[in-house]
Design a protein around this ligand. Structure first.
Ligand SMILES: Cc1ncc(COP(=O)(O)O)c(C=O)c1O
Length: 458
């Protein structure tokens, strides 16, 4: 979710964008009479006519009313079949209902869904988390937002420091401390925040990604408990780290006694152990949500041995009572069954090889279309995650990423893609390749994108 204020139009005349949008909106409607009728002016009984308010943010005239989804396809109630490259914005990164996960859910459904006690699957998952991601001590939560929130409590508890540091343009879920941005260079609450009465920048520092001098200055006061970051920013277009960024980030956090939390919720697209394993990062805290249970709500957060020991010591001195960590339905047996199946049978090297191969093909196809039509755009990829950006690249930080957004143009392209049989993520131009995605689906997306690019560039 971006909340951009950018007025970029990607080098395309606004009249041309408006014409595309209007024509494609009409085509979308014409193909979906049942959906339009079912949705009406909004679904009855819901605030804003949708079960989650952000469902209003899809660029289509009304949300796609889903009949079913399987593998990398999604079918609406009018019978339109789409190749799904949104994949629930990563929740279904491994495809809809991966067969091993579906079997595990069926099995567990006969054995109880929540009991606040461990099980054989819980024992197996603990070992798998250590094996796959390297950190030795783990906890389970239900959303990545929760995992980040809980991990930040631990960071503050063990360091005794009040502040956290995030990078401009970041998104880590519904985590209050992270809702800060640079507004004309000054830290401020993110625009659009609802019901926030505090100045969040009092306890959260925010600087640009890839800015080592700013990081050094921000950590110099020794008041930051934890730096929280994705290894590649994926929530504001896509911003890759400069070659020395992660080494410097780790050096400076270590030198100042600051913890480093790496949020792999999106960048787990990189490889089975995430960007962290592939690039040898050494986080103190590791967070992963969304696809970890194949689409069943679950998240995990892991601690290094050092942080775990310090937290044990802290717990020995803490007054009894609520820690502020934990929700009733977290660590339930359905999550464990689905996580075990995902970790054992879905997040495999073979599946990642397939995802990477097709994502490379997708990136090459989109890049060729951009170049053929001399559009001032670029395409970026982190493993199975590909994004086209309607501005020149590479982007170095969240400020540049914000300016690169082209909201009207992107909305028109998204609807035009749907009308050509492909769905990509709303809010930005993200496409994920799953183990179930076929070469034909990738080629379909490339052809659709090239067709739209040709029209826009003509
Ligand atoms: C990097 C990152 N962390 C955390 C979250 C929050 O995930 P959830 O909405 O499942 O809590 C998101 C959501 O997009 C995310 O992109």
């Amino acid at each position: 979710m971006t909340g951009t204020t950018s007025s970029n139009s990607g080098g395309i005349a606004s009249a041309r964008i408006a014409a595309l949008r209007e024509r494609e909106a009409a085509a979308f409607r014409a193909a979906r009479p049942r959906s339009e009728k079912a949705f009406g002016d909004g679904l009855a009984g819901y605030l804003g006519g949708v079960p989650m308010l952000w469902m209003q943010d899809w660029p289509t005239p009304f949300p796609i009313m889903v009949e079913s989804a399987r593998g990398a396809s999604i079918v609406d109630i009018d019978g339109n079949r789409l190749a799904d490259f949104c994949l629930g914005d990563t929740g279904s990164m491994f495809g809809h209902s991966p067969p091993p996960v579906a079997r595990a859910i069926r099995r567990q459904s006969a054995r109880g869904l929540t009991y606040m006690l461990p099980s054989d699957d819980a024992a197996a998952v603990g070992k798998l988390l250590v094996q796959k991601f390297g950190l030795p001590r783990w906890q389970i939560a239900t959303t990545a937002s929760d995992a980040n929130r809980f991990a930040l409590r631990v960071a503050r508890a063990v360091t005794g420091r009040p502040k956290i540091l995030v990078f401009n343009g970041c998104y880590h879920g519904a985590v209050d401390e992270t809702f800060v941005r640079l507004d004309n260079g000054r830290p401020a609450n993110k625009r659009g925040l609802a019901g926030e009465y505090r100045d969040l920048s009092r306890h959260s520092k925010v600087i640009e990604f890839n800015d080592i001098p700013a990081l050094e200055a921000a950590l110099a006061d020794h008041d930051v408990a934890c730096v929280v970051t994705e290894p590649v920013l994926t929530n504001c277009c896509m911003v890759e780290p400069t070659p020395d960024f992660h080494a410097e980030l780790r050096r400076l956090t270590r030198e100042t006694g600051t913890l480093l939390l790496i949020d792999e919720t999106h960048t787990i697209s990189t490889a089975p152990g995430g960007f962290t394993r592939k690039h040898g990062l050494e986080p103190d805290i590791f967070v992963l949500g969304k696809p970890i249970a194949g689409g069943v709500p679950a998240s995990v957060w892991g601690l290094s041995g050092d942080v775990a020991e310090r937290y044990d010591r802290y717990l020995a001195t803490k007054e009894p009572g609520y820690s502020g960590i934990g929700t009733t339905l977290s660590a339930n047996p359905l999550q464990f069954a689905a996580m075990r199946a995902t970790l054992e049978a879905v997040m495999t090297d073979e599946n990642y090889d397939h995802m990477e191969r097709l994502a490379v093909r997708l990136q090459a196809g989109l890049t060729a279309a951009v170049e053929r039509h001399a559009l001032p755009w670029h395409v970026v990829r982190v493993g199975a995650r590909v994004e086209f950006v309607c501005a020149p690249g590479p982007l170095r930080n969240g400020g540049e990423a914000d300016a690169a957004h082209a909201p009207a143009l992107e909305a028109a392209i998204h609807v035009a893609l749907v009308n050509r049989g492909v769905l990509i993520a709303p809010f930005h131009n993200m496409m994920l390749v799953s183990p179930a995605t076929s070469r034909r689906q990738v080629d379909r997306l490339v052809v659709a994108f090239a067709d739209i690019a040709a029209e826009l560039a003509a």
